[in-house]
Design a protein around this ligand. Structure first.
Ligand code: UD1
Ligand code: MG
Length: 458
């Protein structure tokens, strides 16, 4: 269902003072997205294009969301009602859905149900209420003895007995635009904060005898709005639980979920396992039947099927299927490992490719290298890709079926051609022909009796 008669305003113009941050509150990260993204995404899901009310300095918003959003500027912060006033310049639709940008938790379905009901009710003003165990500093819904909606009172302005009310204002509203404009023009700032509150419009609606609709949200509503770091952590925790629940339903095993972090956009295939202490971030995708962790960090990583990544960090790279990585390896951006390849313990790979069945099993640095299939790189091998002067990185090419002996230095640019071997301890400074053995190390000299002479003067 789409809503041609509805536009949305997301209030994100506040200073977020309680966050004590240089960053606008609604841009703080929650599972890989700014908090505001969740509100934008939910509205996108119900096909309502939002107008976002921001402070005048909104470069950070533009950097995060680009020009795909319409921004209405609130030049000075005089409260949520003033923010709506600033946003209304951009509204031409008959109805406006207003919501707080500091609440990443409501899902598209919550907005849809509330909007459908409010439109069906032909409400002039509607507010979504919810019951909370601890209503804290939130606005309370005040009702008459017979349960009729009477208004919203902010905690700071509430009488002691009103503070006991557990029915709160979620900060999600629907207004008939024409009525709203009239109420906004009458708003006053005579409250504890000296601000214009959007919630005052509901008292005016009641006074005017307008039709106010105030349904209570279905399901459990555990909090409303992120105003400080503790609430940021709480909201992230609740979304994390939703994300992990989704993964369980997709057939993913998560071992010790309390120790695992999975960003919102991460995809994991069935029969894969995320083990304790692991963190999957950004656009990471893991295939089927893979084992991630314990103690693995994947950032924007692609991992194939039946692969294990143990106690390692993989960033901006692709790990193929039936591969093994780790323990304790660091795969840096721009790396691709093909199927059945292995990166063992204490290896660093950067902007490199590893071919089918190739192995870098121990203690190596491989940077700016293309390694073809069926190559074995001996323990302790280093690609010397940086010359220390030109600030350019040089390339190493290792063709298929090559065997690099242990503890080699491959001084780039250099190519080891197909089927060649290099001897242990070699420093390879020029190309090795196909199927040759390159030995590039000092010849061993045995000085007979040297120790005896040294120690005993014989
Ligand atoms: C607000 C509601 C409260 C409700 C709660 C739900 C008001 C007066 N109170 O309280 O009843 O229970 O949300 O979470 O609205 N904003 C602006 N410009 C401003 C001030 C705020 O755009 O000048 C924006 C903020 O960025 C925020 C939203 O409005 O996204 C709400 O402001 P906030 O300060 O978080 O209000 P709460 O105290 O949480
Ligand atoms: Mg808030």
């Amino acid at each position: 269902m789409s809503y041609p008669s509805v536009q949305a305003l997301i209030l994100a113009g506040g200073l977020g003072t309680r966050m004590k941050s240089a960053m606008p509150k609604v841009l703080h990260d929650v599972l890989g997205h700014p908090m505001l993204w969740y509100v934008v995404d939910a509205l996108k899901d119900i096909d309502v294009q939002p107008i976002v009310v921001t402070p005048a300095a909104n470069e950070a918003f533009r950097a995060a969301f680009g020009d795909r959003l319409t921004y209405a500027v609130q030049p000075e912060q005089h409260g949520s009602g003033h923010a709506v006033q600033c946003g209304m310049d951009y509204v031409s639709a008959e109805y406006v859905l207003v919501c707080n940008g500091d609440d990443p938790l409501p899902a598209a379905e919550d907005y849809r149900v509330f909007l459908d009901e409010s439109l069906a009710e032909h409400a002039d003003a509607a507010v979504l209420a919810a019951y909370l165990e601890d209503a804290g500093q939130l606005g309370r819904v005040v009702r008459t003895v017979d349960g009729a909606f009477a208004g919203i009172v902010e905690a700071r302005d509430a009488r002691p007995e009103q503070l006991g009310i557990q029915e709160i204002n979620t900060g999600i509203y629907v207004f008939r635009s024409a009525e709203l404009r009239r109420w906004l023009a009458r708003m006053k700032s005579n409250n504890a904060q000296g601000e214009y509150y959007i919630t005052e419009c509901f008292s005016m609606a009641v006074q005017d005898g307008s039709h106010v609709h105030c349904p209570v949200a279905r399901g459990t509503w555990e909090m409303s709005g992120v105003n400080d770091r503790a609430e940021l952590a709480l909201a992230a925790g609740l979304l994390q639980r939703r994300k992990l629940d989704h993964l369980y339903r997709e057939g993913v095993t998560i071992n010790m979920p309390g120790t695992v972090h999975v960003d919102w956009d991460v995809v994991v295939g069935r029969d894969s396992e995320i083990r304790q202490g692991s963190c999957l971030k950004g656009s990471t995708k893991v295939g089927n039947s893979s084992v991630i962790g314990p103690n693995t960090i994947l950032i924007d990583a692609q991992v194939g099927d039946e692969t294990t990544v143990l106690a390692s960090l993989v960033e901006g790279s692709t790990i193929g299927s039936n591969c093994a990585v780790g323990p304790f390896s660091y795969i840096r951006p721009g790396t691709q490992t093909a199927e059945r390849s292995k990166v063992g313990a204490f290896c660093e790979l950067k902007a490199s490719s590893l071919g089918v069945g190739s192995k870098v099993p121990h203690l190596s640095y491989i940077g700016d290298a293309d390694i073809a299939e069926n190559v074995n790189v001996g323990a302790g091998t280093i690609t010397c890709n940086y010359d220390g002067f030109t600030h350019t990185k040089h390339h190493t090419v290792i063709e298929k079926d090559v065997f690099i002996g242990a503890n080699n230095n491959l001084v780039a640019p250099v190519t080891i051609h197909e089927g060649a071997y290099t001897a242990t301890g070699s420093t390879i400074t020029h190309d090795v022909p196909p199927e040759a053995l390159a030995i590039a190390r000092a010849v061993q000299v045995d000085k007979e009796g040297w120790v005896r002479r040294k120690k005993h003067g014989q």
